[in-house]
Design a protein around this ligand. Structure first.
Ligand SMILES: [Zn+2]
Length: 111
């Protein structure tokens, strides 16, 4: 957990997270035809797992975007400021989610 008041620590944490996400996104998802199915059930399970992996991949891409945007905000000096209302984001929130772009109130309102 980086200290949100320490930009260097936040930057390292964000960069580590970005590398982790890029690595996971870069790994190929096994497609059909690359394995032989013992049964219809195994095939169905495989298709299910593949779809789950793809859904996970979408979430990871979205998160990677948030992490990259947080790094840009660090560079721009606007890190820790809510992009909706301009208020400071609570340090506890940034400690839990270093790439948070909105304060808790705006994040709740956006849902
Ligand atoms: Zn806000």
């Amino acid at each position: 957990m980086p200290d949100p008041r320490d930009p260097a620590a936040v930057r390292v944490a964000l960069q580590v997270e970005a590398v982790r996400l890029r690595t996971e996104i870069g790994e190929p998802i096994e497609g059909p035809g690359q394995m032989t199915y013992g049964s219809q059930a195994a095939a169905a399970t495989h298709v299910f797992e593949q779809q789950r992996d793809l859904a996970l991949r979408d979430r990871e891409r979205a998160q990677l975007r948030q992490v990259e945007e947080a790094l840009e905000r660090l560079d721009a000096g606007t890190y820790g400021t809510c992009r909706s209302c301009g208020q400071q984001i609570a340090p506890e929130r940034l400690a839990a989610i270093p790439w948070a772009a909105a304060c808790i109130d705006c994040a709740r309102a956006a849902r």
